[in-house]
Design a binder for this molecule. Sequence first.
Ligand code: AMP
Length: 517
Amino acid sequence: MKEATSLALTCLGWSAMTNVLYDGVFAPHADSDKIFLFTPAGKISYAAFSHTTNCLANCLVNNGLKPGDRVAVQADKSVTQLALYAATIKAGGVYLPLNTGYTPHELDYFIGDAKPAIVVVAERVRAAIAPLVTGIGASLLTLNADETGSLTQQANNDSPDFTAIARSSEDLGAILYTSGTTGRSKGAKLCHRNLLSNAKILAESWQFTSDDVLLHMLPIYHTHGLFVASNLLCMVGGSMIFLPKFSSENALAWLPKATSMMGVPTFYTRLLDTPEFTRETANHIRLFISGSAPMLAETHMQFEERTGKIILERYGMTETNMSISNPYEGARIAGTVGKPLPGVEIRIGDAKTGAPVKSGEIGIIEQRGDNVFLGYWQMPEKTAEAFRDDGFFITGDMAHQNKDGYITIVGREKDLIISGGLNVYPKEIEDLIDDMDGVLESAVIGVSHRDFGEAVVAVVVPTDGTLDASTISASLAGRIAKFKQPKAIILTDALPRNTMGKVQKSVLRNTHAELFA
Ligand code: AMP
């Protein structure tokens, strides 16, 4: 399968002398006057986007970027930021977007680990990270939500001509950090082949064309908003209504002008909570897509009842891009994530050996294909642990597949929490709480929440009666991003443990299951 796909891509014109991702995604429509982005501030044609991309590419090179260098970016969503991604690829660099929720303290780790040549942050963050950035000899530029800052200032004076630097299908295009259960975040290395092949497969599978107008309300530091949405629409020559973030008001105003929408389940539950969201509002949309977190079957059904449309749910992860999807034509089955996408080999394997389990039995999803990343940045041991000898990547997601090929995710092998579509790893929060005065131990779990999918809940055992929940909450507030901060902190006398002394998180989850009901 892998060989066949690679061969097909070679036939499509991939060669070592081209910039595979730039040529496949950004170049085809670069000269077009067609509108690529509709924003609240105005319209941006493909040609204007390409002009900005070239100025930014020259700016990156003038700031020392060489092929293979990383460009780390933590900035509020903007057209310039999207063009900065395109510019990094065109200049042969490796794009490294960072969640805007990360505190300067958290940024230290990513910058120290990735050793970027250029770091771009909002002005408000500059002073806090300047010593570290200059310490590694990197250039520091600023980009604010309103597109001001030293990056645009410099780029405005740079030439709008730039010839793409050659990059092969195996060269890195991006590194996206995914948090690790052991505390350290891992940088997933994504090559040009990974990203371009996935855009092609998704465009075909979901029938995207240049007639599409995608309502884009996702962040662009994550695979969903950056690659799934933006690569795909740009590649087919479609348009995007590019908004800073999701709100029901935004969705209601723009849905009648769009043909498609991509969202995390929270977007859809919030829309359903809005009485003005009606069959008429959704009427113009040919395809609603959901992913990044499980969607309740109940939400699927309510959505169909309200709009007459069936949400297409798909599954993917940072390391694998999109790999399983409900069909465009054919039954979209609520509660399942569909079938393997073309070119993606999926097996549901035994957790220890990887040997395929019997049809219908639960195992771990493993996958192989052009979509699967190259490994973790400077973590050869973690990479080796994540792959089987035959090249299959072990996702850590547990699932079963029915006789028709539909896959249902039943949970995560480890205790990852997904709140509002963003991953939260309990260990990171437990470590911080356990270090606090007056805390004996803690367990952080995900509890079902209609709005966020899951809410972070901390169960804490104090050493004596002096500690209260608000002290813990205040202490966490400045140290971790808001989406990781517990929505409830419960004080208890002891954590439930099994005979081996392990904390039984499933017992805690059951006990607190109704917390947000
Ligand atoms: P990320 O790397 O942030 O994209 O997170 C990937 C994880 O999100 C996967 O490993 C799954 O656990 C989860 N995920 C993504 N899509 C779905 C879905 N449709 N249903 C259930 N879980 C999902």
